[in-house]
Design a protein around this ligand. Structure first.
Ligand SMILES: CC(=O)N[C@H]1[C@@H](OP(=O)(O)OP(=O)(O)OC[C@H]2O[C@@H](n3ccc(=O)[nH]c3=O)[C@H](O)[C@@H]2O)O[C@H](CO)[C@@H](O)[C@@H]1O[C@H](C)C(=O)N[C@@H](C)C(=O)N[C@H](CCC(=O)O)C(=O)O
Ligand SMILES: Nc1ncnc2c1ncn2[C@@H]1O[C@H](COP(=O)(O)OP(=O)(O)OP(=O)(O)O)[C@@H](O)[C@H]1O
Length: 498
């Protein structure tokens, strides 16, 4: 049985017969007297009283894990005809042709539609989702509004961390989290909506009050056929049934396209360009920025970002515009964001008394790497040294592009390993180095030694950017995750400097 805190303490109880009727499902076995108190897509997250949704996957069919699910307390199974054929006789089985298609709506209903009692803000884009949602949470919380955030760095409900693995959890987990939020009095939830989630229906059953589009760049081409397919996936968030209103970045080329493609009303935002929400008079500082926001009604107020960099002005403006469009006090939220803290692993500075700057950043895509270096470059008259790798078993096409850009824009690139997974790390490094046509690059496979090399080479005033892992705390090699936190390792290596 799962003992974590990802579910409400007192979930609603629903007769299984009612579930079967909602789904118009074929029923096998005896449903009388059976009550369902939750739903899970994974045998590993089952709780007593759950309906186990046994779905086909890319590696297995969920029904293969039925025994484990029943052992963990599942009281019934929802599956497709293939799963039903394989299920044993001693458990009630609900059968529908495409269980994934009904999962989101069903989960919302089982938990009593918890998302409808909160202001829901969904954020999509290639870069900046975590930053924007975390800034929103910080602004809301700072202004005394009980808030929650869901995303890559995990979930936080009214200030308490709740472990989640995916950027956008699967629908059964998601609605369970919303029910937990409702139980804890949360009034507003900011969540990341990945393109995977949109394609796989993970946010089915949620209608966002505000959906935010940040930007679109090269990413996830191992999952999407091409950039157009990726854009269509993101654009599907801006349709009735998924969102009531879009808040769209028109500084981004795909954002401008989305203004026409969206089938819900749209408000635009931009930095120094005509838009409904505008940032003007931007002043960038090494530790953040300040700017003025002009709201759709023409009123203006002061704002700022606790994070450095031009792109964080856009992220902060997105958060402020989303809050305003969700009916919250935008100037107040802007003030609370400006006074709030940073975001784990997002341009996070590591201070150990050294006379140069060390920054850990989650940039692991070409656009993000370019943006991170571009943001740091004006902050120093010295050199920018970048430590960078690329993950195994993921979009290989980005490797030469990312390293090529890093070497061109930095003064020194240290190519290293970053979650090689099942691939040969040396082969990944070779693909990265193949993209280096300008600038200086060296290869140091072991990530700790690469960080050591970078900080040893740094001179006063230089900036060392350790890119890729950000908040992550492991190095995944051949199915084993070895503890590794760039921030800790950087501190340790700095402490060893002569
Ligand atoms: C490509 C993808 O998204 N795959 C997801 C998919 O896996 P799958 O189809 O391979 O499932 P499978 O392993 O064949 O298993 C079949 C079924 O058996 C179940 N099972 C499996 C094992 C077990 O012990 N017990 C059990 O019940 C599984 O829950 C699943 O329902 O269904 C699984 C169950 O929900 C997901 O966990 C899994 O996400 C994997 C872990 C993943 O890494 N997804 C990433 C790519 C992802 O979704 N990323 C996005 C974007 C992040 C970003 O923006 O960078 C995200 O939102 O996180
Ligand atoms: N608006 C932006 N434009 C370009 N780059 C950005 C932007 N915001 C953040 N970045 C860069 O991208 C990295 C990832 O940022 P963040 O985690 O906020 O994005 P994300 O969309 O959540 O990414 P992921 O889906 O990979 O988790 C940051 O560490 C930073 O280097």
């Amino acid at each position: 049985m799962v003992r974590d805190s990802t579910r409400p303490k007192t979930p609603p109880r629903t007769p299984l017969a009612a579930v079967a009727a909602w789904l118009d499902a074929a029923v096998r076995g005896d449903v009388d007297g059976v009550e369902v108190t939750g739903i899970s897509l994974s045998s590993q997250r089952i709780r007593t009283g759950d309906l186990y949704a046994a779905l086909p996957g890319s590696r297995a069919h969920g029904i293969d894990f039925l025994e484990a699910a029943l052992g963990a307390g599942a009281v019934a199974v929802l599956t497709d005809p293939t799963g039903a054929d394989a299920a044993g006789a001693d458990v009630p089985v609900l059968v529908v042709d495409d269980p994934r298609a009904v999962l989101g709506r069903l989960a919302a209903r089982l938990y009593g539609e918890p998302a409808t009692v909160m202001r829901m803000i969904g954020v999509t884009g290639t870069q900046g989702k975590t930053t924007t949602t975390r800034l929103l949470e910080s602004g809301l919380t700072g202004c005394g509004i009980p808030a929650a955030v869901i995303g890559t760095v995990g979930t936080r409900v009214a200030g308490e961390d709740v472990p989640t693995a995916l950027t956008t959890p699967e629908a059964p987990d998601l609605h369970g989290l919303f029910a937990l939020m409702r139980e804890r009095g949360v009034e507003a939830c900011a969540m990341e909506v990945s393109s995977h989630a949109l394609v796989m229906g993970r946010v089915d059953g949620v209608v966002f009050d505000v959906a935010v589009f940040l930007n679109l760049g090269r990413d996830h081409l191992d999952f999407h056929a091409d950039v157009e397919d990726y854009f269509r996936a993101k654009a599907s968030l801006f349709t009735p049934g998924r969102a009531r209103l879009g808040v769209v970045n028109v500084d981004d080329e795909h954002g401008r396209r989305l203004v026409d493609a969206a089938t819900v009303p749209v408000r635009t935002f931009a930095v120094d360009r005509d838009a409904d929400w505008r940032a003007t008079d931007v002043v960038l500082r090494p530790d953040g920025s300040s700017f003025t926001v002009v709201a759709p009604d023409g009123s203006a107020f002061s704002a700022g970002s606790p994070l450095p960099g031009g792109f964080n002005v856009a992220n902060t403006l997105a958060a402020i515009a989303a809050a305003g469009e969700a009916g919250l006090d935008a100037p107040a939220i802007a003030g609370c964001i400006a006074r709030g803290g940073g975001v784990p692993g997002r341009l996070e500075r590591i201070e150990a008394g050294q006379d140069f700057v060390v920054v850990v950043d989650y940039a692991h895509k070409p656009d993000a790497v370019e943006a991170a270096i571009g943001t740091l470059r004006p902050l120093t008259d010295g050199r920018v040294i970048v430590v960078l790798g690329a993950g195994g078993d993921r979009d290989a096409g980005k490797r030469p592009i990312m390293a090529g850009a890093a070497a061109r824009l930095a003064d020194l690139l240290v190519v290293t390993d970053d979650n090689p997974r099942t691939e040969d790390p040396a082969a990944i490094r070779a693909e990265l180095l193949a993209g280096v046509t300008e600038g200086e690059a060296i290869e140091v496979g072991d990530r700790r030694l690469a960080i050591r090399e970078a900080v040893r080479r740094a001179r006063p005033g230089d900036i060392v950017l350790i890119a890729g892992k950000g908040h992550e705390t492991g190095q995944e090699v051949d199915g084993v995750v070895h503890p590794f936190d760039d921030r800790e390792v950087a501190r340790e290596e700095l402490a060893c400097l002569p």
